[in-house]
Design a protein around this ligand. Structure first.
Ligand SMILES: O=P(O)(O)OC[C@@]1(O)O[C@H](CO)[C@@H](O)[C@@H]1O
Length: 583
């Protein structure tokens, strides 16, 4: 393991690609790529002599066991900070200038409001590319105060030399602050338009999936149920290719941006086609163990509800009964429902795939509820917010699509045999399942949650420390599925662990419930590979970890047992009326 120091002094990053050079050159004119010449802050009476400071950046990739950070110039973290994130911010500025009229009218914002926002984002971008020290947040909310505490407690408060995940999350949090500081823009989502466009570009595969999903919904026998469960997890996996932050806001299609009018875009075919790109496949284990655990949990809940929900008649024999008992979440050791949790990633087609899996789990009566964890604020361009969640369901309900693809005659067709029927894809089933999802949302079968923790910079092994309540909530789930690359990085602690390290060890103790990690590989961090696999793929394509072309599905069945909580329940606190609560 390298002993590289990560607490280096700040300096502007030294190397930029041609694409982002213009961004950096606004504030930087270093001619030497590897040395930084900076001006001293002030010299009494003397000339301003360039002073050589050692570069805090290193011309290497991330050493094993080091945190991912912009310090390492051959890493994707560095590339992302110097190239992707500035382009994403530039696109926000361009969008606000181009669409100023419509933004102003939909938000009720003035010219001045929008100008102030653009100015804020420009400064943010400039601070990022010149590796300035983080500014504290200015808004006065409890959540912003916490952010300021985290910033001040960070061992390194500079964009390139702090961990990549902290700097990226900080940028998206600041982008939000740019809106919060202007009342009229408080609900403005600068990525809304990109997300809507992305949705509309994937209606065809949605229709194909809907047509198949409806055949998977009627309660089926065990083997078919397991096979369908596995298929839907894989649909969820490859849906993670649709990520607008990786493409810096450009639209992505499932089949690599190819527009093929002569064929149907079939996500089920993709599962077969990409079989060799799935590097870890724990789906069979996950399906078996989740179904068994869910069954056992359902029995335990049934047993417990007899004793909790049916209080004995009043002692004096009167009709009056005690009020229904509410189990205290802090003391509860058996959940109230069999629940499957999804920590969502991208909106649009990826969320659609998650909803299909959720629908299947409910229809097969494997679980009783599905909780979707989404982001409270716009995040990493395409991450799901509560508004995006409603949008996807509403769009499915009113989708309109029809495509007919003639089929080529079979090569061995005999004379006079009628040609094969054309394949017709419509949105009929898509609308049906959309209606059902709206109903699930209304009756509480689907629950949307947006805890602040998901938009914090913390890795998941620290969840207990920073948000014990959320950790406790996750413990009630039969399993938690974490979607996407960013969640994967947070699961593995944003550390470049050995690629052969087992998934359970890589989680570093974060196992509130059995964990299913479903992610296409878009950053240089991975675990659970067979020995030699990493070298083998790297020889074929040195950039394979940045493309999203490969995938992993890990499952860790082991979980921390659900015991009475160490702390009082924050939901009820002093007002607790729970049967098991001692107060
Ligand atoms: O979480 P997702 O949508 O699968 O991927 C997010 C992503 O595109 O952005 C992050 C860096 O900006 C990386 O983790 C990854 O490349």
């Amino acid at each position: 393991m390298s002993k590289t120091s990560v607490k280096s002094p700040p300096s502007p990053p030294s190397k930029v690609s041609s694409k982002s050079a213009s961004i950096v050159s606004q504030t930087k004119n270093d001619s030497d790529e590897d040395e930084f010449k900076t001006k001293p802050d002030f010299i009494y009476g003397g000339p301003f002599i360039p002073v050589e400071k050692p570069s805090p950046l290193l011309g290497t990739s991330t050493p094993i066991n080091m945190p991912l950070q912009g310090t390492f110039k051959k890493s994707f973290a560095y590339y992302s900070l110097i190239e992707r994130l500035p382009v994403i911010l530039t696109k926000v500025i361009d969008y606000c200038s181009r669409e100023a009229a419509s933004i102003k009218s939909s938000c009720g914002a003035s010219d001045q409001d929008l100008r102030a926002f653009i100015h804020y984002v420009s400064k943010l971008k400039n601070d990022l590319v010149t590796n300035k020290k983080y500014d504290l947040l200015q808004v006065d909310t409890p959540e912003a105060k916490k952010w300021n505490e985290w910033i001040q407690a960070a061992p390194n408060q500079y964009y390139f030399t702090n961990t990549w995940v902290f700097s990226e999350c900080y940028v998206y949090r600041r982008l939000r602050e740019g809106c919060e500081l202007n009342k009229t823009l408080a609900n403005f989502d600068p990525f809304q338009e990109q997300k809507s466009q992305a949705f509309l570009g994937t209606v065809e595969p949605m229709c194909v999936v809907a047509d198949k999903l409806v055949t998977m919904l009627p309660e089926s026998e065990k083997d078919k149920r397991k096979a369908d469960f596995i298929t839907l997890i894989k649909i969820c996996l490859w849906a993670n290719k649709c990520d607008l932050s990786l493409s810096v806001g450009n639209q992505v299609t499932l089949n690599g941006n190819e527009t093929v009018n002569s064929a149907i875009m079939d996500p089920f075919q993709m599962i077969t086609d990409l079989k060799d790109k799935l590097l870890v496949d724990d789906t069979a284990k996950a399906a078996d163990q989740i179904m068994t655990k869910a069954e056992n949990m359902a029995k335990a809940i049934e047993g417990a509800s007899v004793s909790i929900e049916a209080p004995p008649p009043a002692a004096d024999g009167s009709e009056e009964q005690e009020s229904p008992k509410v189990p205290c979440p802090a003391k509860m050791t058996i959940p109230q429902y069999v629940m499957f949790d999804i920590v969502c990633d991208n909106a649009g087609y990826e969320l659609y795939a998650d909803l299909c899996l959720a629908h299947f789990l409910i229809s097969q009566k494997i679980v009783q509820k599905v909780r979707f964890h989404v982001k409270k604020i716009p995040w990493f361009v395409s991450d799901v917010t509560p508004k995006d969640f409603r949008y996807v369901i509403e769009q499915c309900r009113k989708a309109n699509f029809s495509k007919t693809v003639p089929q080529a005659p079979k090569p061995d067709a005999v004379e006079g045999e009628s040609p094969p029927q054309p394949v017709v894809v419509t949105a009929d089933n898509l609308r049906r399942i959309g209606d059902q999802w709206a109903q699930f949302l209304e009756d509480g079968t689907f629950i949307v949650m947006c805890d602040d923790f998901w938009t914090s910079p913390h890795i998941f092994k620290d969840m207990k420390k920073y948000d014990y309540n959320l950790y406790r909530k996750l413990q009630f789930a039969v399993a938690v599925m974490f979607k996407g690359d960013l969640n994967y990085r947070k699961l593995l602690g944003e550390r470049n662990c050995s690629s052969v390290l087992g998934f359970e060890a890589a989680l570093q103790g974060f196992i509130p419930a059995p964990i299913l990690a479903v992610r296409t590989v878009k950053a240089e961090i991975i675990c659970g590979l067979p020995k030699g696999k990493w070298d083998q793929i790297t020889k074929i394509d040195p950039d394979w970890m940045r493309t999203g072309d490969y995938g992993v599905i890990h499952f860790c069945a082991k979980a921390e047992p659900l015991k009475a909580a160490e702390r009082p329940c924050p939901d009820y606190g002093d007002q607790c009326k729970g049967v098991v609560c001692p107060t």
